[in-house]
Write a new protein. Structure first.
Length: 692
């Protein structure tokens, strides 16, 4: 509990009642009530409610109109849309020397980082992050204070819960008025308070006694009840002219509400940490108890100590660590539940506008209100001048000179198309000769000084808001050269960097809270779709087997450094970068991908895919074209080889044919030789017989 509760230590109040008293003390503080009224007035002023009721009545009585020439919204709308159009970019770096000294673990961590980046995109998408960022940044710029928060939606994902972002109005989050840290982390508490319907609260509650207690805390409110500067309770003071019958039949109206409070405070918890020594004996890291169990259960310890040389000391060191304690409360007396969250800071972080070094900052609208009201007043005078003396000649005539009846005078007025242009004068002297005199008064020109003052007021507002009309597409007042134009737009962007840096600081803190929450909550297998490295929707997996070593995709495996940068840039800087990419594209067409990534085209990622496909085809074509001469030579050589082979085949075939002929010839010769030998033998026999 906070130090303010020392005043209640001897009282009989319960913890819930003490929290109520503390909130009521802060909310009713005159300084905070004035700040809340200014925040609301700035918000109404931004949305063109810039004339008080009495001012509007007084204007109409003098013939003027309550015109609103809202330059504030035009100037701030560009900034807000630029901030909220893209999700913040996030990077992770493990705080673990073990990983840095082992390539095997480093590859596993790289995969885990990719999953974390996908989880960030998934959380942003299911939380409607664009809307949350737009609301918080617009509250920062308009009222001076926007709130961006994180919470666990227990009903999402079929009851398993999802970590989501949310936003709040400046007056819905209460901190101690003595806080002056940029993120109000020195406040002893943060309380989110909002009115909720009685029926929304009791939905799902089965305890009838608890329902009855909640009903006792409920009350009826009307449109005149200022719930932002007062704690709403059954005994609250209502306006005298508001009377509501509290009967059973009226319990169905939407005005039956309860004050719902989420009270946060930072508490110390006992933890055990384990030292990790590097191969040189120096302590480089501390493991918390759950990490120590994780290493032992998954047998990573043996792997780490054998592969890296690091040693995990089993003797724990008992110390304390910070945690956020969340208590939910209804009304003054009912404490619903309380829990210790797995985060080391508050769930809310502020977007600060004009820093006053206290929880009551101011917005840009506050400083531009006087100039805007002066501008509206001057435009009202211009319109009045145009309606009376500035557009046409005026007719002044003696009584009866414009017509002897009211109908004729009215017809004359309609003819001149100006309801108050005809003025009748009494002929006080009774001179009959001028009874028919009609005098025409020429139209009066608007004084040049008024035009000069108008220009001066508009320029002063532009300087105050760091705005140039060219940022909205008005190009007539730009310098003649492109370089001078860039200088003008750069000057307009310089001052607006301060709120951007404030948002980046807050998102850095929120990203750390998000990571702590996610690593504790998502300890089960989960598949989700998010934007991947190729800008397509990919499927990611938490706590799934990834390799043969049994290492799992567990985001709580390591502790991380988180770095966040807004997914936007100032318009003139973006234009300069785009021009640079265009020039680089002339040197190398591959830079077209950088140009597309940096542009705001809604289908730029589809175009990048087509560009990649086209470039791949071009590279394949070039590679094939380079192979054509070689292939031609190979074809020629192959053709010669084929011809040689054909010649060899034909030669072999012809040789075979010749061999057959030769064989036949030899066979014929043998036959003839045998015949000759037989003939010779016959002749010899005949000779022998003759001799005998």
């Amino acid at each position: 509990m906070s130090y303010r509760e020392d005043a209640y230590k001897d009282s009989d109040l319960t913890d819930a009642q003490i929290r109520w008293e503390i909130l009521e003390d802060i909310i009713k503080h005159p300084k905070r009530q004035d700040a809340v009224k200014n925040w609301r007035k700035d918000r109404d002023f931004y949305f063109s409610s810039q004339w008080e009721d009495k001012e509007a009545v007084d204007l109409r009585e003098t013939g003027q109109v309550d015109v609103v020439f809202n330059r504030i919204r035009r100037a701030f709308r560009n900034f807000i849309s630029d901030i909220a159009s893209s999700k913040p970019n996030i990077k992770f770096m493990p705080i673990d020397p073990i990983v840095a000294n082992n390539e095997r673990l480093e590859s596993v961590v790289n995969g885990t980082i990719r999953v974390l980046q996908g989880l960030w995109d998934y959380t942003w998408r299911v939380s409607h992050g664009v809307t949350r960022m737009r609301r918080s940044s617009s509250n920062q710029l308009i009222s001076g204070l926007g709130w961006f928060g994180i919470y666990l939606d227990g009903d999402a994902d079929y009851g398993r819960g999802e970590i989501k972002f949310r936003s709040a109005f400046p007056w819905e989050v209460v901190v101690d008025l003595s806080s002056n840290e940029p993120d109000f982390s020195d406040s002893p508490f943060m309380a989110f308070r909002v009115l909720k319907s009685y029926y929304e609260i009791i939905k799902g509650i089965k305890d009838e006694k608890l329902k009855k207690k909640i009903k006792e805390e409920a009350c009826f409110i009307s449109d005149e009840t200022d719930a932002d500067t007062a704690m709403v309770a059954p005994d609250m003071e209502r306006p005298n002219n508001v009377k509501i019958e509290e009967s059973e039949s009226t319990y169905n109206v939407k005005s039956l509400v309860v004050q719902y409070i989420e009270w946060e405070e930072i508490v110390d918890i006992d933890v055990k940490i384990y030292k990790v020594r590097n191969p040189h004996g120096l302590i480089e890291e501390h493991l918390f108890e759950d990490d120590h169990e994780f290493y032992n259960e998954k047998e990573y310890r043996r792997f780490i100590e054998t592969q890296t040389g690091y040693e995990i000391v089993d003797e724990p060191l008992e110390t304390t660590d910070k945690r956020c304690k969340l208590t939910r409360q209804i009304g003054r007396n009912i404490e619903l539940d309380s829990e210790i969250l797995p985060i080391r800071g508050y769930r809310w972080t502020p977007f600060i506008g004009e820093d006053t070094e206290n929880p009551l900052p101011m917005g840009e609208v506050y400083f531009n209100r006087p100039l805007q009201k002066l501008l509206n007043k001057m435009f009202s005078l211009v319109v009045l001048s145009a309606q009376t003396t500035g557009t046409s000649a005026k007719i002044i005539g003696l009584n009866g000179s414009l017509g002897d009846t009211a109908e004729k005078v009215k017809a004359f007025q309609n003819l001149w198309a100006n309801p108050v242009a005809a003025v009748q004068l009494e002929n006080a002297r009774g001179d009959k000769t001028i009874d028919q005199l009609i005098k025409v008064v020429p139209a009066a020109q608007m004084p040049p000084a008024l035009s000069n003052i108008l220009s001066m007021v508009i320029n002063e507002m532009n300087d105050e808001m760091s705005y140039h009309p060219a940022q909205s597409g008005v190009l007539k007042d730009l310098p003649r050269t492109a370089e001078a134009t860039r200088d003008v737009l750069s000057k307009a962007d310089i001052n607006i960097r301060i709120p951007i840096l404030n948002i980046e600081l807050s998102m850095q803190i929120m990203a750390q809270r998000w990571l702590e929450y996610c690593t504790a909550h998502y300890d089960y297998y989960k598949a989700f779709a998010a934007q991947g490295d190729n800008y397509d929707m990919d499927t990611f997996f938490l706590n799934s087997g990834t390799d043969e070593d049994g290492l799992i995709n567990n985001i709580s495996f390591l502790k991380w450094h988180v770095f966040v940068s807004l997914g936007t840039s100032l318009q003139n800087q973006k234009s300069a970068v785009l021009r640079m990419f265009q020039e680089l594209m002339q040197v190398n067409p591959l830079f077209i991908k950088l140009f597309l990534k940096y542009s705001d085209l809604p289908d730029r990622f589809d175009i990048i895919k087509e560009v990649d496909y086209t470039q791949n085809l071009e590279r394949e074509y070039q590679q094939l074209a380079q192979q054509v001469p070689t292939l031609q030579k190979q074809i020629e050589a192959l053709s010669r080889t084929v011809q040689d082979e054909k010649f060899k085949v034909e030669l072999a075939k012809f040789s075979g044919q010749l061999q057959n002929v030769l064989t036949k010839l030899r066979a014929n010769d043998k036959i003839r030789e045998n015949e000759v030998q037989a003939a010779i033998s016959g002749i010899g026999n005949m000779r022998l017989q003759g001799e005998q």
